[in-house]
Unconditional design. Structure first.
Length: 427
């Protein structure tokens, strides 16, 4: 049987352990005396746990509060300034106050020097080369009418002599027919006085035939003279030789090219230009152009614009003729410009009255301008006339207190701003 448990009142004195008889009591289990401060420890643990929970809740509340409150900028004294004081100060902007005047639009471009057309060197008569001029070599310069090559002339002189002899024969034949006609007319008058002489008696057809044969002989003589002249090969313009295969003793054939040349007045500068720039330069013909190439500077004028756009770039082409003085220095014979050279050019456009020149920094992302009027921002869409070396040329307008340079984060029309006092805004 289980022993009856004895109950005692709680006291500070140590209590005897309670034991259970029989099978419920473990065998050989050591007796562990109870700790005297068990009740105090349980109460203290509960108190510490409650304090920890309260502390965590306070920390979470503080974290949520500070995460929602915006941080105030620090003042010069190191303390945070009030939020109301920060919002009361408008942002400071830099402005410019350009002066309206006459400003010229310019367009910078790049081009290459080319030739409008090349001329093939083709002889008009056949024969062997008897003489060659030094300027017929590749790279040689020649003058208009200068003899570049001479073909053997013996055969052509013989043809001319033969044609001249034929002319004399036909002239003698004509004289013979006229003499016969005079004799026939005289005899007819003696036999038939007072009657009109018939054409056949007067040998009219024979005389006309003799005259035609004489004219044909004269024409053949002229052709022989022309062929003799063509044995001296020349060109009717000042130019340069780009290709040549002629050699002494070489047989040149009529109608077959043996080289290539170009005229100096066919050299021109070709430059692509965008359609927008072309619009700014209207009218484009006869616009002055400054050309920079090979350390030299030249001035020329636009002659024409291409009839079609480039299929890839969609750019138009402008053509600028170059003079012989620009291509070659006459005093030294030194070539200044050659086909194939690249060149930089500046096209002078129209000069606009009452226009402004603005820096690139004044133009905002959407192509508009910020203007300060009565201490507030106002958006203005300028009329862009073009560009030059100083900046963007726009039509004049009311700039108010100044045009803002640079971007303003979060700016809206009507937002208050203050202008920087230590700037140099007048251009």
């Amino acid at each position: 049987m289980l022993k009856r448990l004895r109950t005692k009142a709680f006291s500070d004195e140590p209590q005897e352990p309670v034991t259970f008889p029989g099978a419920l009591e473990p065998e050989n289990e050591p007796d562990i005396p109870p700790r005297p401060d068990t009740g105090k420890t349980s109460t203290r643990d509960k108190l510490v746990g409650s304090l920890q929970i309260i502390l965590v809740l306070l920390l979470m509340t503080a974290a949520i509060y500070y995460s929602r409150v915006p941080a105030a900028p620090s003042a010069s004294s190191g303390l945070s300034s009030p939020l109301a004081a920060d919002t009361a100060n408008p942002p400071v902007v830099s402005v410019i106050t350009p002066i309206a005047g006459v400003h010229q639009v310019t367009v910078a471009a790049n081009g290459s020097i080319g030739v409008s057309a090349y001329v093939d060197l083709i002889p008009q008569v056949s024969g062997r080369v008897a003489q060659l001029a030094p300027s017929l070599e590749v790279g040689g310069a020649f003058r208009a009418g200068e003899t570049l090559a001479t073909i053997e002339q013996d055969e052509f002189r013989l043809k001319l002599r033969q044609a001249a002899a034929d002319v004399e024969v036909q002239r003698a034949n004509l004289q013979l027919q006229q003499a016969k006609s005079d004799a026939a007319v005289q005899n007819y008058g003696l036999i038939n006085p007072g009657k009109k002489v018939p054409p056949l008696v007067a040998l009219g057809p024979q005389i006309a035939q003799a005259q035609a044969q004489l004219q044909a002989a004269i024409s053949r003589e002229d052709i022989a003279k022309l062929e003799l002249q063509r044995t001296r090969f020349s060109l009717p313009f000042d130019g340069m030789i780009t290709k040549s295969s002629a050699q002494l003793g070489q047989l040149l054939s009529n109608g077959k090219a043996f080289g290539q040349a170009y005229a100096l007045d066919s050299v021109e500068l070709v430059a692509p230009i965008a359609q927008s720039d072309l619009t700014q330069l209207t009218p484009i013909v006869n616009r002055p152009v400054l050309i920079f190439v090979g350390g030299n500077q030249f001035e020329a004028f636009i002659d024409r614009v291409g009839a079609e756009l480039d299929p890839r770039s969609r750019f138009a082409k402008i053509y600028i003729p170059l003079t012989a003085a620009q291509l070659q220095e006459a005093s030294e014979g030194r070539e200044l410009l050659k086909p194939g050279m690249f060149a930089d050019l500046v096209i002078k456009g129209p000069a606009h009255q009452n226009s402004l020149v603005l820096p690139e920094a004044a133009l905002q992302a959407n192509g508009s301008l910020w203007v300060v009027r009565s201490g507030q921002l106002q958006s203005v869409q300028p009329n862009v006339l073009g560009r030059n070396a100083e900046g963007i040329v726009v039509a004049g307008f009311d700039i108010g207190e100044g045009i803002v340079t640079g971007s303003i984060a979060g700016a809206d029309a009507g937002s208050p701003v203050s202008i920087s006092v230590d700037q140099e805004g007048r251009i």
